[in-house]
Design a protein around this ligand. Structure first.
Ligand code: DQA
Length: 149
């Protein structure tokens, strides 16, 4: 039997505050709710997730490096680092694993600095604006891509 797909889910800075942080933009779900939703969506498709949140760029890079051998791909909400972090992009590319970029909010309907992503052109796809469902859609798209590979 083939082992289940394992997907690493990264949450960037300030996402630990979900549910309390600007709920009119990010919704009322907590980070634990997001993790539960993505774990349930993965289980429906016979996959599993490992999740990690940090406010620190280097900690996210370290986690990617430490987990690469155990995962088939990544679902990434790099939060503010989406718009700035070459280091995170380099770590994801170096992992040689495909990743989906996700955002709770529709970043294109917000400030212009949020329209730029240093990750997006290296991602297999980008999902933004659907709240927690962005993570689930990103996961499904990534698993479908892995099946095609
Ligand atoms: C975000 C959008 C980013 O611009 C912002 O810095 C975040 C969250 C989102 O999920 O909508 O922290 O990635």
């Amino acid at each position: 039997m083939t082992p289940p797909r394992r997907i690493g889910v990264l949450h960037g800075p300030n996402l630990n505050l979900l549910g309390r942080r600007e709920p009119e933009i990010y919704g009322s779900a907590s980070l634990a709710d997001v993790d539960a939703a993505i774990a349930a969506a993965a289980a429906e498709q016979g996959a599993e997730v490992v999740t990690f949140q940090s406010n620190l760029e280097g900690a996210l890079v370290d986690w990617i490096q430490a987990r690469t051998a155990d995962v088939d791909g990544w679902v990434v909400n790099a939060a503010g680092f989406t718009h700035t972090s070459v280091a995170l992009r380099d770590a994801l590319v170096a992992s040689e694993r495909p990743f989906a970029e996700v955002h709770l909010s529709n970043v294109f309907a917000r400030e212009s600095f949020r329209h730029e992503s240093v990750l997006a052109d290296a991602a297999v796809g980008v999902v933004a604006g659907f709240g927690v469902t962005s993570y689930v859609l990103g996961l499904r798209g990534l698993l479908a891509r892995l099946e095609q590979a």
